[in-house]
Design a binder for this molecule. Structure first.
Ligand code: NDP
Length: 483
C-alpha cells in the first residue's frame, strides 16, 4: 500500500472564479477511497460565491469572445499539457475515485482525445444553406442560411465515476462552441476537475470562461438550478437527479446523460470466448460503476452453460484490492455504504432463489466481482441499476425474446449484441430502443468522438464533441432579398 503517494497531493480548499482561486472557510473532506484517509479538502461554495461564479460567467460571455481558432489553440494546448501532467493526474484520480491505475489511465488517454477532438471541432462549427427557392413564389436570387451561435452560460454538473473525462466531455465542447462555463463536479471527486481547470488556464484560457464551484447537489446544485442566468445544463448522473434538473430548467435547454440497466446479448453463433473476454472487462472495470457496465448478460440457452464457465474462469482470476497495484482489476467502490447496498441486493436475490455462481462477498468498500444465475425479473439486481461489480446471466430461447428482455427497463442508453449472423443483427437493430447498439461488442464500448447518449429514462442530448457542440449552440436563420 502506497499511502504516502496519496498524502503528497496538495490542494487548497478553494473555488476558481474569474481566474482566481478563492479560499473558502467551509470545506469538503476528500477521502482516499481505498485507504479511507482524508487526503485533501475542497472548498465548499456559499450561495454568494455560486452567484458570483454565474455572474462572472455571464459578464465574460457578454463582454469577451474567443475566435474559433483561439478556442482550437487553447484546447489543443490543454491536451498537450494534460499529457505532460500524467503522473499528477493519475495519482489524483486513483486516490479520489478508488479506480485502478489501469482504469484511470484509460480515462486519462480518452480525455486527451476529448480535448483534441473538441479543439478540432471548434474550427468546424457551421450552419447550412437553405434552398429557399424550393418554395413557390420565391425570388431565385433570395438566399437563406443558418448560423450556429453559442447559447451563453453553460452549467456542467458531473458524477464521480469519470472525474476527468466526463468533466472534459462537458467543458471542452462548451468552450469550443464559444460558451462560458460554471462547473460543479461530484463532491467525492473534486480534484481531477481542479487539475483540468489549472490545465485550461495554463493553456491560455482567459479568466471568466471556466469557473469551478464545489458543494453538494442538494445546496450548490440546487442554487445553480435556480439561477436563471444559466441558459443550458449539461448533466451526467442518476435519472432521479436528472428529473430534478429538467423540472427546474423549464424552457432552458439541457443535455441529460442518465442511468441504465445495461444488457449485452450473446447468441449461440457468437464467438463465445471473445464475448466472455469483453464482458468481463465491461462488467467489472471501475468496480462496475459505469452507466454502461454490463449488468445483464442475455445468453442463448443452448450455450449458456459453456458461456457461464468461460465467464467464471476469467472472473475468478481478477484481483480485487489496492487500486495502485498494477495487477488489481477491481478496486473499492466509491463508498462503503454503496458496497453494503450492493451486498444487500445480492443477498436479497439469493434469499429469493438466485444462485451466486461467484463472488457475493464484501470487505469494506471492496465488493468481489459477482456472477448471478436463476434471477427473476422482479429482483433488484436486474430491475434496478446496481452500479456495482455484479452481473446476472439470463437465458433466452429465441432472439426476439432477448430483444424484449433487453428493452424491458425504463432505460435505453446502450446495448451489446454478440453474433456472427450479421443479417439478423442488422435486421433487428431498429427494435432495440437504445441510444447506442454495439454489434460484437458490449454495451460499454465507447469512442469519445461518437455521438453518445440515451433514450427513454436514460436522458437525451448527445455527448461526443461534435454533437455536444451542436447541442450547445443555437440556430439563427438569415434570409437575404436582392431588391
Ligand atoms: P448523482 O445523480 O447522485 O450525482 C451526479 C451529480 O449531480 C453530482 O455532482 C451531484 O452532486 C449532483 N447532484 C445531486 N443532487 C443534485 C440536485 N438536486 N441538483 C443538482 N445537482 C445535484 O449520480 P452519481 O454521482 O451517484 O453517479 C451515478 C449515476 O450516474 C448512475 O445512475 C449512472 O448511471 C449515471 N451515469 C450516467 C452516465 C451516462 O453517460 N449516461 C455516465 C456516468 C454515470 P454531489 O454528489 O456532490 O452531491
Amino acid at each position: 500500500m502506497e499511502r504516502s503517494k496519496a498524502m503528497k497531493l496538495n490542494f487548497d480548499p478553494a473555488l476558481f472564479i474569474g481566474g482566481e482561486w478563492i479560499a473558502t472557510p467551509d470545506r469538503i473532506a476528500v477521502r482516499d477511497k481505498y485507504t479511507g484517509e482524508v487526503f485533501g479538502h475542497a472548498g465548499r461554495a456559499s450561495r454568494d460565491l455560486v452567484e458570483r461564479a454565474v455572474a462572472v460567467a455571464e459578464r465574460t460571455f457578454k463582454t469577451r469572445s474567443l475566435h474559433p481558432y483561439e478556442r482550437y489553440e487553447i484546447l489543443s494546448a490543454a491536451a498537450r499539457l494534460l499529457r505532460e501532467r500524467k503522473d499528477e493526474v493519475l495519482r489524483t484520480m486513483v486516490a479520489e475515485s478508488g479506480f485502478t491505475a489501469n482504469d484511470c489511465l484509460n480515462d486519462f488517454n480518452r480525455c486527451i482525445q476529448t480535448l483534441t477532438v473538441s479543439a478540432e471541432e471548434a474550427k468546424r462549427i457551421t450552419g447550412e444553406l437553405v434552398p429557399i427557392q424550393g418554395a413557390p413564389g420565391q425570388d431565385e436570387r433570395r438566399l437563406a442560411f443558418t448560423l450556429r451561435m453559442p447559447v451563453g452560460v453553460v452549467c456542467a454538473i458531473t458524477p464521480f465515476n469519470s472525474p476527468l473525462n466526463t468533466v472534459a466531455h462537458k467543458v471542452a465542447p462548451a468552450l469550443a462552441a464559444g460558451n462560458t462555463v460554471v462547473l460543479k463536479p461530484a463532491s467525492y471527486t473534486p480534484f481531477s476537475a481542479i487539475l483540468l481547470c489549472r490545465i485550461m488556464m495554463d493553456a491560455g484560457l482567459p479568466a471568466g470562461f471556466l469557473n469551478l464551484v464545489f458543494g453538494s447537489g442538494s445546496d450548490v446544485g440546487q442554487w445553480l438550478l435556480e439561477d436563471q442566468r444559466i441558459l443550458y445544463y449539461t448533466f451526467t448522473g442518476s435519472t432521479e437527479v436528472g428529473r430534478v434538473i429538467q423540472q427546474y430548467a423549464g424552457l432552458r435547454r439541457t443535455q441529460l446523460e442518465l442511468g441504465n440497466i445495461s444488457a449485452t446479448i450473446v447468441c449461440a453463433d457468437a464467438s463465445l470466448e471473445a464475448a466472455a473476454d469483453k464482458c468481463v472487462g465491461a462488467s467489472f472495470r471501475k468496480a462496475g460503476q459505469v452507466c454502461t457496465s454490463v449488468q445483464r448478460i442475455l445468453v442463448d440457452a443452448k450455450v449458456i452453460e459453456r458461456f457461464a464457465d468461460l465467464l467464471a474462469q476469467r472472473t475468478a482470476k481478477l484481483k480485487v484490492g489496492d487500486p495502485r497495484e498494477a495487477d488489481t482489476f477491481v478496486g473499492p467502490m466509491i463508498d462503503e455504504k454503496e458496497a453494503e447496498r450492493a451486498e444487500s441486493w445480492v443477498s436479497a436475490a439469493a434469499g429469493a432463489g438466485a444462485k451466486i455462481m461467484l463472488g457475493g462477498k464484501r470487505n469494506g468498500a471492496l465488493f468481489a466481482p459477482t456472477i448471478l444465475r436463476n434471477v427473476r425479473p422482479d429482483m433488484k439486481v436486474v430491475c434496478e441499476e446496481i452500479f456495482a461489480p455484479v452481473i446476472s446471466l439470463i437465458p433466452f430461447e429465441d432472439y426476439d425474446r432477448a430483444i424484449e428482455i433487453a428493452n424491458a427497463t425504463p432505460f435505453g442508453l446502450s446495448v451489446g449484441v454478440f453474433t456472427n449472423d450479421v443479417t439478423r443483427a442488422l435486421g433487428t437493430i431498429r427494435r432495440l430502443q437504445m441510444g447506442t447498439i454495439h454489434i460484437n461488442d458490449t454495451s460499454s464500448s465507447r469512442v469519445d468522438l461518437m455521438p453518445y447518449g440515451g433514450v427513454k429514462d436514460s436522458g437525451f442530448g448527445k455527448e461526443g464533441p461534435r454533437y455536444a457542440i451542436h447541442d450547445m449552440t443555437e440556430e439563427r436563420l438569415v434570409t437575404l432579398n436582392v431588391i
